[in-house]
Design a protein around this ligand. Structure first.
Ligand SMILES: [Mn+2]
Length: 457
């Protein structure tokens, strides 16, 4: 028996393509979908940024090479999948690496037909013939818009021969993104593993942290653990923020010293097989929280715990945020940063946004192939445009925080304290699953880990 080589978990990718075809069939009866991958980007002379495929394209194909397009012809009664990819080229492959090539692509990717991308301009008008509706990423790139126009123009010249010209152009992103919002089993198992690896990085950084090191020393530990455990990349640039830098939300790991008595905030996640993890921990550089640091930390942690317990089927995307806001705002009163005589009751303070100087971001975002993942935050067919109802297979972050820059209304003992705690949560029938809890989150657990390199028994 011949051994047919296919990508791992091929059936998941086929199922995703078929689901997309069904959505097109359901909304249009028939249509042709064209989805390209991402371009290669130059970094500087003769050198490129590490290549990262387009998430939508990869989601549907499992194919990681550049210069590739997926074309799906959806007829009322059948679906045909086509792939354009780089042709085999011995000389180029010696320099740049092995190419799959169209001959092997059909079996390997489970695609009906595959061709050289060099033949695409010539073949596309024929593939598009007879379809009134074209689905593509209408807002993704000027290059694909230009190609689309050229193909349609070529097709128009055939109209005299009796061919129908496409007349309707739809954005395919919404259909794919709705699908990506609900993770399948392969995605969930990959995300669990990505979170496990990211947690290893955080554990290591906490463990080696001591006064006198620099932010980049901890970043190096993160990168080492990510890569050593098989992750291909960071999911986003790691934030390692010492002391007051924690109050800069998108601070990068830099040269600042980790000082005795300060906190360190690390927001870092790895990418594994195209899936992101996204974890934030804040811990004392010297291993022991001070009184004021602990006070603020316990408020943020209580907000996070309450928000996580809202991550259940039937609640909506805004519910965890609302619960977190209540606890954080109450905390601001308890710390004497907000004042009832000025800001009124708790609900008035929330209503007026009195918390905003200290909590200026949202509590959650979707997580998946993209760290801020795709998918509508509103119910798609709700006339009132209500927040998205949480359903099984969705993954979101829960990341409340409090940030105190020096200011007259903030007691001095809290100045330059910036704390955020972030975990990745899977919505499922049996309740929220916290994917990223291999890294300690409680005050005592963190102090124990930093002192002993072990979890409290
Ligand atoms: Mn995040």
């Amino acid at each position: 028996m011949m051994n047919i080589k296919t990508i791992p978990s091929l059936n998941y990718f086929c199922a995703r393509r078929n689901q997309l075809a069904e959505s097109i069939r359901a909304s249009s009866g028939s249509g042709i979908a064209i989805i390209g991958t991402a371009p290669e980007l130059p970094r500087n002379r003769d050198s490129e940024f590490p290549y990262r495929h387009d998430s939508d394209f990869y989601y549907l194909t499992g194919f990681e090479e550049p210069q590739a397009f997926l074309v799906i012809q959806v007829h009322p009664d059948k679906t045909t999948h086509h792939l354009f990819c780089r042709p085999k080229n011995l000389e180029r492959e010696i320099w740049d690496g092995i190419r799959l090539g169209p001959e092997a692509a059909t079996e390997y990717l489970g695609i009906d037909f595959a061709y050289s991308v060099e033949d695409m301009d010539q073949m596309m008008p024929d593939l598009m013939t007879g379809f009134a509706r074209i689905y593509y990423k209408t807002s993704s790139s000027a290059q694909i818009d230009k190609k689309m126009r050229e193909w349609v123009l070529q097709l128009a010249s055939k109209v005299r021969q009796g061919f129908k010209k496409p007349t309707e152009f739809f954005d395919i992103e919404e259909l794919i993104h709705e699908q990506r919002l609900f993770k399948d089993e392969l995605e969930i198992s990959t995300m669990r593993f990505a979170a496990k690896i990211a947690a290893q990085g955080h554990l290591k950084a906490m463990q080696v942290c001591q006064p006198g090191l620099k932010e980049y020393h901890l970043e190096a530990e993160l990168l080492y653990e990510f890569r050593k455990n098989g992750s291909q990349s960071v999911a986003y640039n790691s934030i390692v923020a010492a002391g007051e830098n924690a109050c800069i939300l998108h601070y990068r790991a830099g040269n600042a010293s980790l000082n005795d008595g300060d906190l360190c905030l690390i927001d870092a996640g790895c990418e594994l097989d195209s899936y992101a993890s996204d974890i934030t921990r804040t811990f004392p550089v010297n291993g022991k929280f001070s009184g004021p640091q602990k006070q603020v930390y316990e408020i943020v942690l209580a907000a996070q715990e309450a928000a996580i317990s809202e991550c259940v089927i039937g609640k909506n995307f805004q519910d965890p945020h609302n619960v977190a806001l209540k606890i954080l705002t109450q905390g601001l009163f308890d710390l004497n940063i907000l004042d009832h005589s000025i800001h009124g009751s708790l609900s008035e303070a929330i209503e007026s946004g009195a918390y905003k100087p200290y909590y200026m971001h949202r509590t959650s975002h979707w997580l998946g192939m993209d760290v801020h993942d795709v998918g509508s935050y509103r119910e798609p067919h709700d006339a009132d445009n209500g927040w998205r109802i949480l359903r099984p297979g969705m993954v979101l972050t829960i990341e409340p925080g409090l940030y105190f820059r020096p200011a007259p209304e903030v007691p001095e003992q809290y100045w330059n304290i910036g704390i955020r705690i972030e975990d990745d949560v899977l919505i499922q029938t049996k309740g929220p699953e916290i994917l990223s809890r291999d890294v300690p989150v409680g005050v005592a657990e963190i102090e124990h880990w930093m002192a002993n390199g072990s979890h409290p028994s």
